[in-house]
Write a protein of this length. Sequence first.
Lengths: 534, 438
Amino acid sequence: MGAGALMLPTYLFGKSVPLDTPYSVIDPKLHKQLADVALNTAKSRGASYADVRIGRYLNQYLFTREDKVQNTVNTESYGVGIRVIANGTWGFAATDQVTPDGIRKAAEQAVAIAKANGKLQQEPVKLVPVQSYGEQNWRTPIEKNAFEVPLSEKVDLLLSANAAAQEQGANFVNNALFLVNEQKYFASTDGSYINQDIHRIWPTFTVTAVDPASGKFKQRAALSAPMGMGWEYMSGRAQDKTQGPAGLIFYGNTYDIKEDATAAARQAKEMIAAKSVKPGKYDLVLDPNHLGLTIHESVGHPLELDRVLGYEANYAGTSFATLDKWKAKNFNYGSKLVNLFADKTQDHSLGQVGWDDEGVKTKRWDLVREGTLVDYQAIRDQAHILNHDESHGCCYADSWSSVQFQRMPNVSLAPGTEKYSMQDMIKDVQDGIFIIGRGSYSIDQQRYNFQFGGTLFYEIKNGEVTGMLNDVAYQSNTQEFWNSCAKICDESDYRLFGSFFDGKGQPSQISAVSHGSSTTRFNGVNVINTARNI
Amino acid sequence: MAILSKEEARSLMEKVISLSKADECVVNLNSVEGGNIRYARNSVSTSGSEENTTLVVNSSFGKKSGTSTINEFDAASLEKVVRRSEELAKLAPENPEFMGALEPQQYQESKTYFKSTDDISPDQRAQFAADSIMPASAKDITAAGFLEDNAGFSSMMNSKGLFAYSQFSDVDFTVTMRTADGTGSGWVRRDFNDVKKLNTGEASQIAIDKALRSRNPKAIEPGKYTVILEPAAAADLINNMMNSMGARNADEGRSFLSKKGGGTKLGEKLVDERVKIYSDPLHPEVPFSTWSSEGTPMKKTAWIENGVVKNMYYDRYWASKQGKEALPSPSRFVMEGGNASLDEMIKNTRRGVLVTRLWYIRAVDPQTLLYTGLTRDGTFYIENGKIMYPVKNFRFNESPIIMLNNLEALGKPQRVEGNLVPPMKIRDFTFTSLSDAV
């Protein structure tokens, strides 16, 4: 499914907890004892393998509009998920009874389910080996825990950004802040006991400008990115800002919400009178906060091995990137400049963890090297299909009550190796469009044909940005698009885009994932005009 | 917790309300029991069941309100959840749009619950999957499907004496059938309140036939085509339009229903005069709860009649501000149609494209309700009243408003995702590019 699905599953909202509840974590020693109950029970009932995830999930969401706080949501969900292999078949059971008795019953149930499903199993589960890591701890490298920041400080910041936008003439501002903390304890019969404390943050808004005379309205979304960070993301440090043409400011590892809201109001008003695009072929200059979504849809999803094999056929679909293309070792995914890599260790990214949800240490690996497809995303029960002797470490479950499965790691485009800035790139374009931020996105069920919009569009003529455009969307085919990649800015321009609520599976689970890139040029892409009259 | 009767739910919530020390207290008690089975590559991949009961307490002091939730129901837990919501309310910022508790209301009774669905067993789910997989594997077709069922109750009470209670049950089944050569794909969906109406074997056969008929599709040029949208294809776009009919956005000038120079299109002709869309919680085929999440009664309401916008949604706050009656958005709608079957509609088409379903639909422009997406799992070319051959999938860029102005014919409505929607023939439907996806 898509990156932006903002339909929040109800099961993620556990019990409400008061907003002033002191932030706490649970002692891993207690979790180790409980984990051993699960593992020992499963083994005694005939499981050949078992893992247990004891999870405490905290969410804090704030919703405001103009000068009002509309809603504050503070939830906690705590429980245990137990996964086993018995008779060569997976079984899973979960419980919110985090007691030795509750856990014992769930472990027994997981084994019983595995044995029952075994009757329908065609091939026994094969796991590639994993190292026994013993007792481990990992925490997102945050500077300031956002859950420990007083609610009033968060509300004040959001409302001050709304006020700044209204001072610049915005008619409406909807502003939200999402905070997530996953406290996860993993243990398995392979001998690992891993305690992790994972933090994510996403400030986002939509500013609307209305022109009653023409009946037109335009919206400008925030240029923030959801990040694997704490409250420090909101500090808006000068060194994390990149100045662009037309007064644009791009944000890297920190974000200035007030400054962005001010710019958003100005730009939303400017959009109302902006020129409508003439359809045709253009050279596109794509900002990292836009290109991330294109990477997500056209590279991240098609290289999920379960999709390739048909396990997602009834929902998100399958993939054009079939195993024969990978085996041939010459499938031309993109131009020679294109190096796409998966990385679960990247600082500040949403997908960063020390170990995945089946106890595999995370790493970086190549998916597309110099334009050629070289690998997929695979977990322990899939890696043997690729003749790999270890998992990629990209297994994830969105709750203790959900069964873990293969999820997209951070997938990013490697920056260009020669010194080349965004300004250099714009100077080199004769007839192009600069696209900034995420917009409408749609791609087919095998990930060939896509259409993307954006937040802001600027016309480039003879190396200069000449003004704002409206009604822009580009359509392409994944392979054709990545082969039209003509130039990539250097590492100093590398920034992260993020998807906070990516959906996959039935019943659907969400996950959060980042995509890094530098500003990138694609030549001769088909642009359509989306203006209509009703 | 099993499904509580109306009186059991009332008695539990009265206990909660009696503990309240707030200015006002609103209590919701909801319970759902459900199960699912998923299969792919002709084999069951996952199955599970879930039971969840929650008590939600909202306490308010003036315009400050707080909500707390719990899933334990002993006396101490009830006391705890009420006190927590009160503490939270005291800490919360004032919400100027807070409406306070509603006076007691009268609600109609709707037949939304069927015991048959509540009683589905894991064995029955496995049989539903087997009935779908077996005919597929017999024809060398690969089935991937998902069946999910839920049953439970929702109830609400407040300190002014309002009480609402309803039960529900739903089963939803989808399956995708793909041919071994990877060039053909078919799909079907069935959903009901009463599982007795579900026959996964019969439904799966439709998807199998579509998969076989859609092998080796031909590429035809994108452009404007007369299309016949099967109910599943039409439903998604109509549903998007229905979800955008909020009065507040329209009044604020940021909706497709906002008008140049101010005001809204309420009372104006928006689409072809044959278009009639209404909602009715008592409709026997698509029933839904007779009360909204705010406690407002849900009644039969016309939304579009003879192509004219008859009503927009108002929540309690916006209704009070605009001097209107609150009119909640319905969870299900009915679009009226004709008596023609899909086959008859195909027979009456000289040239056109038959579309099984649309996929990955995303809004492009909220001003015009322009959406993009793709056809999927069975797209066919029609000539002189006959399906001639399968065609490659298209990307479309179309607005349901434009589409319903280009209406040629409506067929017999069918239930799709809880709504009743007819197959429809539309001229000049805009396909903007081709896709190789199967």
